[in-house]
Every structure is written in C-alpha cells, then in structure tokens.
Design a protein. Structure first.
Length: 356
C-alpha cells in the first residue's frame, strides 16, 4: 500500500494542525524524558516535585529558574535571528566567551568612572561578541565558507583564549586558582531582592522585545524572512541582502556576547572556565522549539531555565549525570521536530489516468 504513496508538502498548514502536532510532540518528549529519569534511578514521585513544583511553583526555585533564564533568553533570541536568515551559527559559546572576556577586561582594568563601569562592560561585551561573529560572516559573504565550520572552530579558539588568560595574566592573585579576581560592586548587576535574580533580566527582556519589533514589525524583518526563504530571489528583487545579513548576524553575535556579560556580572562576578558550557545546545533547542519566534523564545528560555534548576537538584540528590540532563533537552527537541514533519507533509496516492 505504501509503496505507491508519495509525500506532498502542505502549502499552508492550518493553525490547529500546527498546534496539535506541536503539543503532541512536546507531550511525547516529556513522557520520554520521564522514562529516562526513571531509568536513571530517580523515584517517580520525585520527578514532578523536582521538575515542576520546585522549579516553577516555589519562590526560591522560580528565582533560580529566572536567573538561569537570563543568558538563555539572550542566546535563544540570537539564534532566532540567525535562523530567520538561514545562517547556522554553531559558535554561540565562542561569542559568549568573547563577550565575557571583553566585560572582564573592562572590570579588571577599571576602565572609565565607576558609575559608567557596568554600561561600559555591556557595550564591550556586545562589541566582543559581534567582532567574533564578524570573522565567519566575512568568510561566508566573501568566499562562501560554511558558517557551520567556521563558527564551530572559532568557538574552540575562544575557549582556548579563556584558558590562556585564566592560567596567565588573569589568574586570581589571592588564591592562585585559574579564575579571575572578583569584580567590584560597581561592576555587578544589582540584585532585585529575589534570590540571586539581578537586573540583567531587564537587559534580556529588552533584547527579546527589540528582536520581536525588528523581525515582525519592520522592513528589516521582511527582508530577513525573504532572504531566509530564497537569498537569490531576494537579491533579484533589489533587497539589500548583504547589508541585512551583516546587520542582523552581527547583532546576534552581540547578543551572545551580552549573555557572557550577564553571567560574569550577574551570577559569577568573575571570569571562570565553565561559564559558557552547554549554551550552544540550549540555544538551538530554544530557537527550534520557538519556531524562530522571539516572544516564544523568551518563554521557552524560562522552561529551559527550569530544566537547568531541576537538573542541578537531580545531580546533587539523585546522582543524575549532566549527560542525562542534556539528553532530556535533546529528546524534547527531536520529538517536536518529528511532529513538525506531520504538519508540513501528508501522504497521498497518485491517481493514474489511462491514456485516451
């Protein structure tokens, strides 16, 4: 029966079909995640308590979830921007590292007056992330080098640069450990009086709002959508393809740099070797689950932040490895992607007509 069936792409899937497939994929992913945790020896009664109640419905847990969501919003929105252009940025952690390095350089160098120190750190972080993104951007536009390869390799270079600094000139003189000296109070985000939640939340939410306005309500966003669908057709229609790609891709790199600043100035208060770990995969998960929508990316970043919070508890009290936590994210992503197939395509059998 299926040997004569063919796949046909739906021209305009209905809202309800998309919603049903998305909800079904999400539910399947969550069910598989529960089975994974049970396989990892987590008591079934503890799963809902740790993953849902503690992370989202207690004051302390939700404060930790919101704090974890701050950099996730920034990298998630940055990935949404590049996805609209079909520019596959696999070097998110590298741009985050460069933003953290630039912010740390301003802090350790005591650049500018104290009242302007934190804004200078944020500006330097944005510039650092954008500058690191400029390298694969030029390689792509000038010589057609795959951004997948160049961004991925530059991420490793950025990590090695952090190692060089922390084992060298930025090693903490007080302890001798490969971490930087602690930032001064003027170089940290102000706490909002709720756990460790800090004012970096407003930066992240402002970035999400700005991305939504640009991508969905301006001519620049229309250009981005057209370029993502067919770059050659957009160029033939007279759209500024190169300028649009450069502006948005550099802006996305800058947002990843701001995520680095949000971590070092908001939670760590110093540069460490582990601040960028795991953000590449999480950003991809957020952007794909959000279907490249900035507002949805902000909301899903909070959900992923809850997984981070619950994952920390599971690792400490139930000896669940980091790999299982990452596997949960991947499982949900894959089931949602598979569900998208059913909303985008349908099976049909060709109708054969006899020749007259």
């Amino acid at each position: 029966m299926l040997d004569s069936a063919i796949l046909v792409r739906r021209q305009e899937p209905s809202f309800w079909l998309n919603a049903a497939c998305y909800a079904g994929g999400l539910a399947a992913g969550l069910m598989l995640s529960v089975l994974l945790l049970i396989w990892a020896k987590v008591p079934p009664e503890a799963i809902v308590e740790e993953l849902v109640v503690q992370a989202f419905f207690t004051a302390e847990g939700f404060a930790q979830t919101t704090t974890a969501a701050v950099p996730l919003i920034l990298v998630g929105v940055a990935t949404v921007i590049t996805m609209r252009l079909r520019f596959w940025n696999i070097g998110i952690e590298g741009q985050l590292w460069l933003g953290a390095i630039a912010a740390t350089a301003v802090a350790l160098g005591d650049l500018g007056p104290e009242t302007l120190r934190l804004p200078l750190m944020l500006a330097a972080a944005f510039a650092g992330g954008a500058a690191w993104m400029a390298i694969p951007l030029v390689l792509k536009l000038r010589w057609g080098v795959s951004e997948v390869i160049s961004t991925l390799l530059l991420g490793s270079v950025a990590f090695l640069l952090v190692q060089h600094l922390l084992f060298g000139v930025w090693r903490d003189p007080a302890t001798g450990f490969p971490i930087s000296a602690a930032f001064d109070p003027a170089e940290r985000f102000a706490l909002l009086g709720w756990g460790q939640l800090h004012a970096g939340l407003w930066v992240a939410l402002a970035a999400g709002l700005l991305a939504w306005l640009l991508l969905d309500h301006t001519r620049l966003g229309f250009y981005a959508r057209a370029i993502g669908l067919n770059r050659k057709a957009a160029a033939a229609a007279g759209m500024p393809v190169g300028g649009t790609i450069a502006l948005l891709v550099l802006g996305a790199g800058g947002l990843c740099g701001l995520a680095g600043a949000a971590i070092v100035a908001g939670t760590e208060h110093r540069l460490t070797q582990s601040i960028g770990t795991g953000y590449l995969f999480s950003a991809i998960v957020i952007a794909f689950l959000a279907r490249a929508q900035p507002v949805a990316a902000v909301l899903i970043a909070f959900a992923v932040g809850g997984i981070f919070t619950a994952g920390g508890v599971l690792k400490v009290f139930y000896s669940v490895s980091e790999a299982v936590v990452v596997l949960i994210q991947g499982t949900v992503l894959m089931t949602v992607l598979v569900s998208h197939f059913f909303s985008a395509y349908h099976l049909t059998r060709p109708v054969w007509r006899a020749a007259p």
